[in-house]
Design a protein around this ligand. Structure first.
Ligand code: EPU
Length: 304
């Protein structure tokens, strides 16, 4: 348990806020990369009480950050002093209304794409193999095979960290860019309203199949990774550059540059976060030297 949490005595009061306190959870168990030291996780069961809970954190000086699906996240080996919030998946699921669907932010993105397909709602086919939650995907405007989730969003219910209240934002009030949105790090997405084009189920399935095949052929989907490690600089493919430098298969400790896609670092031999950082530095230096380009992290890094 973090020192602050122990001193403030807040951990024992979680039930009153519809939450549960899990002390010193290894974040390696909660991230797809399988690295990361311990942190106290607060599992939020009752979203309606979230403003109260965060108000209490604010009063007691408890710092927090939000864990989505943990699929695009690299956490340091030392762990974190901040409390890590984790929203529990709502049992009532997706609510359909014609071409619109209301999705809890903690829902799995892949499941959401498939549930929409069953109701002949398409437009998200490319996203089917993107791991993680709908909220996480939206926060960073995840995309693949020509689809970016921001394109199909109509409204978002969000707890505004800076204001301490829940707001309903229309899509016009949010800016979506390549792997970036205008949400602040302390904005907690609660639910997302999507508007999707109606298409025959078979056509949606066919497109999903094509995207899955492409992904399987070009990405190490069965290994521990956080997806692409670096963004593509405008007009360039980072994977192609790393590949052309002959770096596929390069290993630091337990971390390896995937032979299947050079912009993926895979945890193949019990890697530490430090191994991954060293491999990232090596890639950055080599790409800078050869191409004069500074790579920007695509993966979200929790350093302290
Ligand atoms: N390439 C290589 N060697 C490699 C990897 C790629 O030569 O090791 C070449 C490919 O042959 C292709 C080009 O580079 O000509 C682009 O590769 P790819 O189609 O795999 O796309 P990408 O730009 O590397 C982006 C996203 C992926 C997304 C795919 C498919 C980024 C950083 N990456 O990859 O997203 O799945 O397109 O749409 O934008 C992620 O966000 O984590 C992610 C994996």
């Amino acid at each position: 348990m973090s020192l602050l949490a122990r001193e403030s005595g807040i951990a024992g009061q979680m039930a009153a806020f519809g939450a549960e306190w899990l002390p010193a959870e290894p974040l390696s168990r909660h991230t797809s990369l399988g690295v990361g030291g311990p942190a106290d996780i607060v599992r939020v069961r009752d979203l309606r009480r979230l403003p109260e809970l965060l108000g209490e954190f604010e009063r007691r000086g408890v710092q927090w950050r939000l864990l989505g699906g943990g699929t695009n996240l690299l956490v340091v080996d030392e762990g974190l002093n901040d409390v890590v919030l984790h929203l529990e998946r709502a049992p009532d699921g997706l609510k359909f209304d014609g071409p619109r669907v209301e999705v809890p932010a903690a829902a799995s993105l892949g499941t959401t794409v498939m549930e929409c397909a069953k109701r002949s709602l398409g437009g998200m086919e490319g996203l089917v193999g993107v791991p993680g939650t709908v909220g996480g995907a939206l926060h960073m405007n995840a995309g693949a095979y020509g689809t970016q989730i921001g394109d199909v969003v109509r409204a978002v219910t969000v707890y505004r960290g800076s204001l301490g209240r829940v707001e309903l934002l229309r899509t016009e009030e949010v800016r979506f860019e390549y792997r970036h949105s205008s949400f602040a790090p302390n904005d907690i997405l609660l639910s997302v309203s999507l508007e999707l084009p109606e298409r025959p189920y078979e056509a949606i399935l066919e497109r999903i199949k094509q995207c899955n095949q492409k992904r399987r052929a070009s990405q190490p989907i069965n290994e521990k990774s956080a997806g692409c490690i670096f963004k593509n600089p405008p007009g360039h493919s980072t994977g192609k550059m790393i590949d052309q430098l002959g770096l596929k298969g390069t290993r630091v400790g337990g971390a390896v540059i995937s032979e299947r896609h050079a912009n993926f670092i895979v945890n193949r031999h019990g890697a530490s976060a430090a191994d991954i950082f060293r491999l990232m530095d090596l890639i950055r230096e080599r790409v800078l030297k050869a191409y004069g380009l500074e790579l920007e992290e695509e993966v979200i890094v929790w350093r302290y």
